[in-house]
Write a protein that binds this ligand. Structure first.
Ligand code: ADP
Length: 386
């Protein structure tokens, strides 16, 4: 009876979630808009830039740096639950709010081991999950063989903060204690998976996808990854990670596949992720809706594909300017089965993520589909860079 009452109580509380605070106002928050509308929740965004993409879809904004905890106190007062669209927060300061019963989803204890990439790898290793060899700055590297990868422990994104170093001189001149060192993995492919866990502990895992990076930045995502044998192994990794973290919300898990088909985890993003943008068009439930469902305590949705496959290509800035590239957007939109997601950023700069295109595919034969996906990705990049 007591248990039943508690469940009922919890259900009532969850039904009350109508206002979700989001720390960060970039495209990941912006892409929650349709799902928020569908689920009948308002998004209140904390961001320091009033021309950030998500400002246009926010019910209210708290205009402040994302690590400004006093601003987050204000955010907490105006919503039922707080979630994150990026991880550049100050967790120690936020813990005062958690002590005052502010609900964070994912919780601060979930984020704690994940925010610093070195600590994240230690956490994964302690769980017995496979990661590349890595060393804290200043520790002896055994065996010392180049290239090595120098990575910023915090605040790295889109490859900024990741450097491949070829000799000891470059290592010493570029690194310091804000970095750690990782073995260079001569991977065969990179794959990623989005995984979600709800308030009641249910887990949903999306299809494994192949991601292709250039200069450490994601360019293309192919859905699904064609190597089915690895699927089970990867799902098991996702399950054990989600269950040990007891995360509520969505995680992006990036992995290397070695020549001998070993899976090594590169990185976990405790939020929605670029490798899951295809879900907006290609899945029954997008990663953004899934995240909001989890955060609002609603049952998770189906992760099934709506088409046999899909390809997603990022539209990365290649110049400084204030254009909206309308003609190119129109050309891209004329590709059959394509959806253009243009983030509405007011300024372009080289490497900046300005939008993405997803094209749904329906070939029965996976090899034909793979070839078609690659041809479409080339076509998109040709239009974008013409
Ligand atoms: P970010 O968090 O900025 O995306 P990552 O650590 O994920 O940075 O690195 C970006 C990309 O750099 C990876 O997707 C991969 O292509 C390459 N990379 C990162 N670490 C390694 C490594 N240890 N060995 C080989 N390539 C790597």
């Amino acid at each position: 009876m007591g248990k039943m009452q508690m469940t009922e109580e919890r259900r009532k509380q969850q039904n009350k979630i109508k206002r979700v605070g989001v720390i960060g106002g970039g495209q990941l928050a912006w892409m929650m808009a349709d799902a928020a509308k569908k689920l009948g929740v308002d998004l209140i965004i904390q961001t320091s830039h009033k021309d950030d993409p998500a400002v246009s879809i926010a019910k209210d904004i708290v205009l402040a740096e994302i690590d400004d905890y006093q601003a987050t106190t204000k955010l907490a007062n105006s919503c039922n639950v707080i979630t994150f669209e990026n991880e550049f927060i100050n967790i120690d300061e936020l813990s005062f709010l958690a002590e005052k019963d502010v609900i964070f989803r994912p919780s601060l204890s979930v984020l704690k081991p994940l925010l610093d990439k070195y600590e994240q790898l230690c956490y994964l290793q302690d769980l017995g999950l496979p990661v590349p060899n890595f060393w804290e700055w200043g520790k002896e590297i055994e065996p010392l063989s180049f290239p090595l990868v120098l990575k910023a422990r915090r605040h790295g994104y889109d490859g900024q903060g990741t450097f491949i170093v070829k000799d000891i001189e470059s290592l010493q001149s570029q690194g310091n204690s804000e970095f750690f060192i990782q073995e260079f993995v001569p991977f065969d492919r990179e794959v990623a998976v989005i995984a979600a866990r709800g308030v009641a502990g249910e887990v949903k895992i999306y299809p494994v996808v192949e991601t292709q990076q250039q200069n450490q930045v994601c360019r293309r995502v192919f859905v699904p990854d064609e190597n089915w044998e690895l699927g089970e192994k990867i799902e098991a990794i996702a399950h054990s990670l989600l269950n040990s973290l007891e995360v509520v919300g969505v995680l992006g898990i990036e992995m290397f596949i070695t020549q001998d088909k070993k899976v090594l985890i590169n990185e976990i993003a405790p939020r929605t992720h670029n490798s899951g943008h295809y879900t907006l068009d290609a899945c029954q439930t997008s990663q953004f809706e899934q995240h909001l469902r989890a955060v609002c305590g609603l049952p998770l949705g189906s992760t099934a594909l709506k088409a046999r496959g899909a390809v997603m290509v990022n539209l990365l800035g290649y110049e400084f300017g204030k254009k909206n590239y309308l003609t190119k957007q129109q050309q891209l939109a004329s590709i059959p089965n394509a959806s253009i997601w243009w983030y509405g950023k007011t300024e372009s700069r080289p490497g900046r993520k300005l939008g993405h295109v997803t094209v749904l595919l329906d070939q029965e034969n996976s090899e034909t589909m793979g070839r078609e996906a690659k041809a479409i990705a080339d076509q998109i990049e040709n239009i974008w860079h013409s």
